[in-house]
Ligand binder design. Sequence first.
Ligand code: ADP
Length: 276
Amino acid sequence: MSYLKLSQKFSELINVSNGLKLSDIKFRSFRSNSIRTIMAWETEKEKYLNMKAEEKQKNCISLEKIPTWKRLCESEKLPKPIMKMENCPIDNKLNGILSEKISIFEGDITKLAIDAIVNAANSRLQGGGGVDGAIHRAAGSCLRLEGATLAPCNTGDSKITGGYQLPAKYVIQTVGPQLARPEELNKNHFQLLENCYRNSLELLVAKKLKTIAFPCISTGIYSFPNLPAAHTAAYQARKFLEKEHPNVDRIIFCLFLQTDKDIYKGVLQSYFPVSG
Ligand code: ADP
């Protein structure tokens, strides 16, 4: 018998004599560590949910500071409209109402003091690069602990966690389709990206939350081409709002890159025309 096995046997004997096996002790200490970890993020989650956004972050941006799409169209010279994709019918009777439920925000999503921001997460929900890294850094380590209890999150699915130190109350984590190269884009990638937007919006309404901001899911490290991604985001938001607009105050597209700012200003004109 090796030294290690001998000493294990010895400890087991002592513990058995105390009425406990080594496996019981290991399990109990694992369980109490896990319980401590769960309590740590649950307590923090509650604490931050009860706090005002300005107490969490001084330079945050509230909804009132973000103009609606309608106001932006009236106050800014926009680029030429980009036509809708084929087979994307819209109900023009709702144009007036819906153009006040959409916004573009140019900047950092971690500054938004709204109900929920969406994270372009990976399936482990443990943080990564790009917007995912920025959200995890701003939220603090409890976001990772809570993520571990919900992972894995499949591509196209969405899960909700607390916002912790972020000015946003919640983070809706969604996993976008991953392409090796933009030229690989196929129907399945489109469907998965549609699922990301739709599932995140459904989660928002299911939780009785009213304001949400999306980054450009999958268009960074995951290589989904920017223009078709913007068409998908705009049409999913339009379809969702046509059904659910009384339950939603604002869907914000948070744009970080100049390319996306130009594309969205073109695309939104055809999915969210201001008048009928
Ligand atoms: P993915 O892995 O889904 O491709 P990325 O984080 O690489 O996600 O990129 C998604 C988009 O998020 C890109 O347009 C990127 O420029 C943008 N982005 C990066 N950081 C931020 C941020 N702090 N706020 C908003 N958008 C961001």
